[in-house]
Design a binder for this molecule. Structure first.
Ligand SMILES: *[C@@H]1O[C@H](CO)[C@@H](O)[C@H](O)[C@H]1NC(C)=O
Ligand SMILES: *[C@@H]1O[C@H](CO)[C@@H](O)[C@H](O)[C@H]1NC(C)=O
Ligand SMILES: *[C@@H]1O[C@H](CO)[C@@H](O)[C@H](O)[C@H]1NC(C)=O
Length: 292
């Protein structure tokens, strides 16, 4: 008992020093967020309780049994339901909330007893963010982390579908771009070293797809999918343009031919007229000759 309370004091002291007991987590609607227990491997006598604000247990580990509570009262708010949204990591006991909505904002309380003794509160805030970007071919696209400063994150990476395109090296605090291995983005990626956001310039229709963001700090991990649509000229637009051009050319040709034929007949008329005149002059000359 004495040992236990001593340990508790030490823990409180350590927590107090590092401020680890109170964690604030900022995510965007639709993100998937994992709250870390900081346990590298659970022991069989560890008891874990994850609670939401009303002290309702949403997930627990007891006697090596893992349980996610799916029927937590949500007072008839369907968006608040955790059904299908929770995952427990069997090794660490970390809790993942998938596709988070603003209804899931609030404090999540972690309580671990047994071999490990951990008590932490995670205050989760959910912001609105652009997850669906649509641009015209040639415009630039900015994929945002939504954070002002990436200092507190240990690693950040951006993927396009399954390909790694950018990563932050925490040691050097530098962005590494993988645009030369994937020729698609060659010289078109611009990272923001402060916010971790990534801009794709001069977009191509082949840039359309899902971009994955992974951000990880010591206390939580965030995963986000941003879908990008780059619109080129659609085949219908191309067809309409082709038909219009063909029509304009045809009309121009018709007008040209019509003018030409008009000119030709006008010329013939003139020729006939001058011939008539010529003949009459000739006649007069003849007449003149007769008179002399
Ligand atoms: C966490 O929150 C609960 C309820 O709001 C509070 O009783 C507890 O003291 C907090 N724990 C820590 C470690 O801050
Ligand atoms: C995410 O949650 C929202 C709101 O409950 C829901 O409409 C949407 O279908 C969910 N998306 C996925 C991918 O589960
Ligand atoms: C995102 O945009 C695409 C294309 O504009 C659309 O088909 C899709 O339904 C949108 N998805 C969401 C979740 O709004």
């Amino acid at each position: 008992m004495r040992n236990h309370s001593l340990l508790l004091w030490v823990l409180l002291f350590v927590d107090g020093v590092f401020g680890a007991a109170e964690v604030s987590v900022s995510v965007m609607k639709g993100d998937s967020v994992t709250l870390h227990t900081d346990v590298s491997e659970l022991q069989s006598d560890d008891i874990i309780e994850w609670m939401c604000e009303d002290n309702l247990i949403i997930a627990e580990v007891k006697n090596n049994k893992y349980e996610i509570k799916n029927n937590i009262p949500t007072n008839g708010v369907p968006d608040r339901s955790y059904e299908g949204r929770l995952e427990l990591d069997h090794k660490t006991g970390s809790l993942t909330i998938k596709n988070i909505t603003s209804q899931h904002e609030g404090t999540y309380i972690l309580d671990i007893r047994g071999r490990h003794l951990i008590s932490k509160n995670f205050t989760v805030t959910v912001h609105d963010g652009v997850k669906n970007i649509s641009v015209k071919k040639g415009e630039s696209v900015t994929l945002r982390t939504g954070v002002i400063d990436i200092q507190r994150y240990d690693w950040i990476l951006w993927k396009f579908e399954d390909h790694l395109i950018a990563e932050i090296n925490k040691e050097t605090n530098q962005f590494i771009l993988y645009d030369s291995s994937d020729k698609r983005f060659k010289d078109r990626l611009q990272p923001n070293e402060k916010t971790g956001s990534l801009t794709i310039s001069d977009s191509e229709t082949t840039d359309s797809g899902h971009y994955h963001l992974h951000m990880s700090s010591s206390t939580y991990t965030l995963q986000r999918i941003i879908s990008v649509t780059v619109k080129g000229l659609s085949s219908i637009v191309i067809a309409v343009i082709s038909v219009t051009v063909a029509l304009v050319v045809a009309v121009a040709l018709m007008i040209y031919c019509w003018c030409r034929s008009r000119q030709r007949s006008f010329g013939e008329d003139q020729l006939n007229q001058s011939q008539d005149q010529h003949e009459s002059i000739h006649d007069s000359i003849t007449t003149l000759t007769i008179y002399t």
